[in-house]
Design a protein around this ligand. Structure first.
Ligand code: GCV
Length: 856
């Protein structure tokens, strides 16, 4: 038999298979533990989920072990060795085949077939893997507490198999930590995805559900493989037309492709729908006519989608309509919807992301961070039992670091779920590596000490702490049609990691990183160690070069949330303020002198945050306003730490490139090259962030960098100092994202910027900083004297149409031999409105680039 080799084109990761690549765990042969595995598969369960499990088992065994397992025809029927059809197993105790077999079924079904098997205690959706002998044969059992459990047990087995683990090693049982393990997609009916960086919607196109839902089904399979049991298919800024009868019928087609994978569909709804699409003159949750409208709507939905999971609601937030319009509370609105869903077993996920985005910046007591607690805490106990309050992990908005929302400890008589963000909205938008399980674990393990006892966040949302029946984990995924779902291969580690943590929040990020790497890139220890190390370091690296010390991601908050723009935090109603002055920085959220936000935490934690001395330094400026000269525990000032951390972060980002390069030849060339390009871009972006933020703080504080780096870039030749032909200056906003606040643009078909080299002869690295707008694809050439030595096109899809931190890009050419008198020329050719914008050229002697490795 010819077996496909690991790394052969048939098995090369193309991203679409994600972690379900099913590559052979060994390069040669079958792991000994699987030599004696049964050839027959018996499926005792008639559910679509069990059918998927059986198909998946066959598929995985074929791909990983070169074995085709033999199945019965039709669910629930057995074929014995001589292919005699037996009775459907669901109806009466099964006759087992007279040979070794894999047996799939619910624990009840398996127990009926093997009365001697002592099934472990499982929660809903849990599973057990066990091997046993009966009737003179060996049976490998995959038993689920229910149909989903069978599916999850099968995926668990296959993922273990892919990592070379024997069936014996995988024997045991698992149950999910909580019933709610959902992803939210922020897909719009026109096919775009809010905060999505992985291509257009896999659900919608031109105002309708796509005719081809193959990808949606594949997505559900991916989700099932990590234990996700729910998916909200549309943006929380909801289009009410999704509730039109025609659209409900269309959405039912999505539910159909989800169903075999145990993924229940839910919809985000616009609370004003009775008015906007129902023709009513009100959407007041207190009006019985409105309640009746929702009841009828729920009935219609369940007629089309019998396993519909429920509604997700964003109301009174960022311009969305809400119950406050009628003087009603979130509980009034949530309970009205809950009553409509209740007869069908549906739930309402009511988001606590409710705040006023027109806050008064001049009011030193105003604080967006307070909003969720101020609004929802007084309502504790008023929510119906099929309402879950969905709370973002932090009190602001998925920043690079935030404290855990105090609301989790504040809601004791209410179901709640934590909302995380897989899509890297504020965290590099999938163009930069930020592995999030590290961040999420930090949050999930945070202990707010509610009721003066240990109450880690993970246990609160599991429902254990306050004995809540419903609760769990939600994450905004916003995956799309891109082959690799998220726009970057490495970003898939975050989708995988969310599923693993939602299943078991005690799973260490290290474990998740190693597992994901094995499943994605294979079991070579060098690959596993290197990729894991990079993943684990990445959050802190990003934090270092964006917003250390609790400053949050200092990005353009009124724009695309991407490039650096510290000033954009201030002077507006959005309340993501850092309150930087000439003397100091940070939001005073203390009870004593500040906004009082800290007082929303239980006493032990409030005490820790209240004093700068005991406040964790990575949240210092989130909680306190301190002078730039304030000294941290290591004796260094705040301002110097801001400078140093940014330099460290940029150096570490460059280190990621070097680490990835060491994997050349160990993983398939195409994904290796794609990620290398991404990491090289990230290294440039990290320098851009570093320079913008440090220059902004240097100007704001008037305190120079003790190491003399900030504002001094000896290797750079700004465009203004070059000999320009056709290039003209334009003001850049914000100023700190370009040298002297100016970029140079070309208003004709071609422009040049020249510099004459006057340093010692040698090998140099030449970098050109340019800007790459979303539209247009300018081309650039770099010439050494008359010789073209590089050509590139500005065709990245960065989120902007102007020169600034969002569109900043860097071209690097190593190994350029330069002699005094040589002339280097940048030649820019504008395209489609993009004026080939440039900022500077840097000429660095070789060896001067940073190659430091990252910290584990
Ligand atoms: C869907 C942030 C994002 C918005 C998002 C909102 C939310 O503000 O920038 O795009 O809206 O959060 O979570 O509702």
């Amino acid at each position: 038999m010819v077996r496909a080799q690991q790394g052969s084109p048939a098995l090369a990761p193309d991203g679409s298979r994600a972690w379900l690549r099913y590559a052979p765990p060994l390069r040669e042969g079958i792991p000994a533990a699987y030599e004696a595995m049964p050839a027959a598969v018996v499926n005792l369960d008639g559910s679509p989920e069990a059918a998927s499990a059986q198909n998946e088992l066959v598929r995985g065994a074929r791909a990983m072990l070169d074995r085709t397992l033999r199945t019965a025809e039709g669910n629930g029927f057995l074929l014995s060795r001589n292919t005699r059809p037996l009775k459907p197993c669901r109806l009466k105790p099964c006759e087992l085949p007279d040979e070794d077999a894999w047996v799939l079924g619910t624990t009840a079904e398996v127990r009926r077939a093997f009365p001697a098997w002592s099934a472990p205690e499982l929660q809903p959706e849990g599973f057990a893997l066990a091997a046993g002998r009966a009737h003179g044969h060996t049976y490998w059992l995959i038993a689920g507490e229910d149909a989903r459990g069978i599916l999850y047990g099968t995926f668990h087995l296959l993922e273990g198999m892919a990592q070379g683990q024997s069936f014996a090693a995988l024997e045991g049982s698992e149950s999910p930590a909580a019933p709610i393990r959902w992803v939210n997609q922020w897909d719009n009916l026109n096919g775009t995805i809010e905060r999505g960086y992985g291509g257009p919607s896999m659900f919608f196109e031109d105002g309708h559900v796509r005719s081809d839902l193959t990808r949606a089904g594949e997505y559900a399979r991916l989700l099932a493989s990590i234990g996700i049991n729910g998916c909200t298919i549309n943006n929380v800024n909801a289009n009410p037309h999704l509730l039109d009868p025609e659209m409900i019928r269309e959405a039912a087609r999505i539910a159909d492709v989800f169903r075999p994978w145990g993924v229940r569909l839910s919809l985000a709804v616009d609370i004003a729908s009775p008015q906007s699409i129902g023709g009513m003159d009100t959407y007041d949750p207190g009006d019985p006519r409105v309640a009746a409208w929702w009841r009828a709507k729920a009935d219609a939905i369940y007629a089309a989608i019998p396993d519909f999971a429920g509604f997700v609601v964003k109301a009174d937030s960022e311009g969305q309509p809400g119950p406050s319009r009628y003087g009603r509370s979130p509980a009034d609105a949530a309970n009205m919807l809950a009553a409509a869903l209740k007869p069908h077993g549906g739930i309402v996920m009511y988001r606590a992301f409710v705040y006023n985005h027109h806050l008064d910046w001049h009011d030193m007591k105003a604080d967006r961070a307070r909003a969720a607690y101020d609004i929802f805490h007084p309502l504790d106990g008023q929510f119906a039992d099929n309402v879950v309050v969905q709370i973002k992990n932090g009190p602001i908005d998925f920043q690079v670091r935030e404290p855990v929302s105090p609301l989790f400890a504040g809601l004791r008589k209410t179901n709640d779920a934590v909302e995380l963000e897989i899509t890297q909205e504020y965290l590099g938008q999938q163009r930069q590596l930020v592995y999030l399980p590290t961040q999420w674990s930090t949050y999930l393990n945070f202990d707010p000490h509610a009721e003066n006892r240990s109450t880690p966040l993970k246990e609160i949302v599991e429902g254990k702490v306050f004995h809540r029946p419903l609760g769990g984990f939600v994450a905004v995924a916003s995956a799309g049609m891109d082959t690799n779902w998220m726009g970057s291969d490495l970003a898939l580690a975050n989708l995988y990691g969310f599923g693993r943590l939602a299943w078991n929040p005690n799973t260490a990020p290290e474990t998740i990183a190693a597992e994901w790497t094995r499943l994605t890139f294979g079991n070579d220890p060098t690959v596993v160690n290197t990729v894991s190390r990079m993943l684990l370091a990445s959050w802190h690296i990003y934090e270092n070069y964006t917003g250390p010390l609790g400053l949050q991601t200092l990005t353009n908050i009124t724009g695309p949330h991407y490039g650096p723009a510290p000033q954009s935090q201030e002077n507006n109603g959005w309340g993501q303020w850092i309150r930087a002055t000439h003397e100091g920085v940070g939001m005073d959220r203390t009870v004593a002198t500040g906004t009082g936000f800290i007082g929303q935490y239980p006493p032990q934690v409030a005490k820790m945050y209240e004093s700068p001395a005991s406040c964790p330094e990575n949240l210092l400026l989130f909680m306190h306003h301190v002078p730039y000269t304030y000294r941290l525990h290591n004796g260094k000032t705040v301002i110097q730490t801001i400078y140093d951390d940014h330099y460290t972060g940029a150096m570490e980002a460059a280190g990621l490139v070097e680490e990835w390069k060491t994997l050349n030849g160990l993983i398939d060339p195409e994904p290796h090259a794609a990620t290398l390009r991404m990491l090289e871009y990230q290294a440039g972006e990290a320098v851009e962030w570093r320079d913008a933020v440090t220059r902004w703080f240097a100007k704001m504080s008037g305190i120079p960098d003790a190491l003399g780096r900030v504002g001094h870039y000896p290797n750079r030749i700004p465009a203004a100092a070059m000999q320009l032909d056709g290039y003209t200056p334009v003001e850049v906003t914000p100023w700190e994202t370009a040298t002297d606040g100016k970029a140079y643009v070309c208003g004709q078909t071609m422009c040049t910027a020249k510099t004459s080299f006057a340093r010692a002869a040698g090998w140099y690295t030449v970098r050109v900083r340019y800007f790459d707008y979303l539209h247009g694809a300018s081309t650039f050439r770099l010439l050494l004297n008359q010789q073209p030595i590089a050509v590139w096109t500005a065709d990245n899809t960065l989120p902007g149409e102007a020169p600034n931190g969002d569109t900043s890009s860097r071209y690097t050419l190593v190994g350029v031999p330069l002699r005094p008198g040589d002339v280097l020329t940048i030649e820019g050719h504008p395209n489609d409105g993009e004026p080939a914008p440039i900022d500077f050229m840097a000429i660095e002697p070789e060896g001067a680039t940073h190659t430091a490795t990252t910290k584990p």
